[in-house]
Design a protein around this ligand. Structure first.
Ligand code: ZN
Length: 64
């Protein structure tokens, strides 16, 4: 087989947009980098996943 178009994504799966409330950083994380909210044993309204902020290291949340 042959690659027709080189992909730019390094990770795999869907991406989610995260917002850090500590430093206002907005970033995208791949499925293998974040933890889905239903795996956390807690359900906070509107939060679908959480991931460590790449800038400050605090927990950032996704609402997508
Ligand atoms: Zn941050």
């Amino acid at each position: 087989m042959e690659i027709i178009e080189q992909g730019t994504h390094i990770g795999s799966g869907e991406t989610k947009k995260f917002e850090c409330y500590n430093c206002d950083c907005v970033f995208k994380a791949y499925e293998n980098e974040y933890v889905k909210a239903w795996h956390l044993g807690q359900s906070r309204e509107g939060i679908t996943a959480e991931c460590a902020c790449p800038k400050c290291g605090k927990t950032a949340f996704s609402h997508e």
